[in-house]
Design a protein around this ligand. Structure first.
Ligand code: COA
Length: 367
């Protein structure tokens, strides 16, 4: 069988309408716009409303990607959803997404690899296409982190946001797709970024809830150290595997957790700023969704064209990391020309008070 290649033929992203600014957070935790911006580069983030869940965001991003690709939902062979915040622990959120999009002939599975999940998903999809097993695959990265945030913990609640991004990959004979990759994991650092409950180690109990173990906890300094090291080293290794250097890569799309981490990697690898995508100011850390959102925005803005080489790199809970070089196939230009560019839903300026009130958790904080 001739080896096939994965062409990226559609992309899209979606962020919920509620925009929460740093000034909004100043009203509920002891923080400041200055602290958040100087430590993380984040200025605002999107939070879902009470009735929105991860599948809703995934379906909207997936719908936009499919629309751009011109692929009918029933022609999708596989749906992969990378997320750490599924609607339910069971069933897998990927089946809600597959059903919601009308991908009636597709298999579907979810990948829980923290913020690294989308790159794991993309590399997995590429393998299915290379073997000829599947022709058309939808890969989604989506999160609703806000519902797992402890809004009394200033060390985490200011950093994260909600959103989704998606791409459609299709088999082609033209050389493109993943050129080299690295998937990494260091489980010895599991505690550095963890939501202990619910799970089989800590099932839901009054004790677990009273001790707020259902919220995300993070050792920020440990993650920072890990992130700066793995981001630069894994990028170097995937470029080395492909036999290319920084000059051969057209666009770097790193995980958007913190501007300082991205700037550190860019400086260490001497990446020209115009080749590095950074939108963390507008979304915060949307975990598995940051890379597909950044990719979607960059492609929509025309920052990469058919034949260009992208470098994607992520890190996150596990601790895990993943990097890949991805060559854009010939259809990218066609997709852009023949379909309206997708755009993130811009915020309506809802205040954090209304967002939090909707979720019924802030009354006690403000009082
Ligand atoms: N507002 C104001 N002050 C805050 C704050 C906030 N939101 N959060 C923490 N602080 C305080 C701390 O309490 C500490 O005070 P102290 O010195 O009196 O103890 C001080 O700011 C410095 O805290 P520190 O943790 O040393 O800050 P930092 O420079 O390391 O930055 C992070 C903190 C979280 C921004 C940084 O460690 C980071 O980005 N880590 C990586 C996180 C990440 O990427 N996570 C996602 C992985 S996918």
């Amino acid at each position: 069988m001739t080896r096939k290649h994965a062409s990226l033929i559609g992309w899209g992203h979606y962020a919920p309408e509620n925009v929460v600014t740093n000034a909004d957070l100043e009203k509920i935790v002891d923080t400041s716009d200055e602290w958040i911006k100087s430590r993380s580069g984040i200025e605002r983030r999107h939070f879902v409303s009470e009735d929105q869940a991860t599948s809703d965001l995934s379906i909207e991003a997936g719908r936009r990607a499919l629309e751009m690709s011109g692929v009918a939902p029933e022609d999708v062979d596989l749906v992969i959803v990378a997320t750490s915040s599924p609607d339910y622990l069971t069933p897998p959120v990927s089946s809600q997404v597959q059903h919601g999009l009308g991908c009636v002939n597709a298999g579907a599975f979810a990948m829980m690899v923290g913020c690294t999940g989308f790159v794991y998903g993309l590399v997995t999809a590429d393998q299915f296409i290379q073997t000829g097993a599947y022709k058309t695959i939808l890969v989604v990265g989506a999160e609703v982190i806000s519902k797992n945030l402890d809004m009394t913990d200033r060390t985490t609640c200011v950093l994260f946001g909600d959103g989704a991004g998606a791409v459609v990959l299709q088999a082609t004979d033209a050389p493109c797709g993943v050129r080299s990759f690295e998937l990494g994991s260091d489980g010895s650092q599991a505690e550095a970024l963890i939501a202990p409950c619910p799970g089989t180690r800590n099932p839901v109990s009054q004790y677990a809830v009273d001790n707020r173990t259902h919220y995300l906890r993070m050792d920020g300094r440990a993650v920072f150290k890990f992130a700066t090291r793995t981001m630069t080293e894994s990028l170097q290794r995937v470029m080395g595997k492909a036999g290319v250097g920084v000059d051969d890569v057209d666009l770097f799309i790193p995980h958007q957790a913190n501007a300082r981490i991205i700037e550190y990697a860019a400086k260490t690898l001497a990446l020209p700023p115009e080749k590095v995508v950074m939108n963390v100011a507008d979304y915060g850390n949307t975990s598995a969704a940051t890379i597909p959102i950044a990719l979607s925005e960059a492609l929509t803005a025309g920052r990469a064209e058919a034949g260009d080489t992208l470098a994607l790199v992520g890190f996150g809970a596990g601790l895990t990391w993943a990097a890949c070089l991805f060559d854009l196939g010939p259809l990218v230009g066609t997709a852009r020309a023949s379909h309206e560019a997708t755009e993130a839903t811009s915020g309506d300026g809802a205040t954090v008070d209304s967002v939090i009130d909707d979720r019924g958790v802030v009354d006690g904080l403000i009082a």
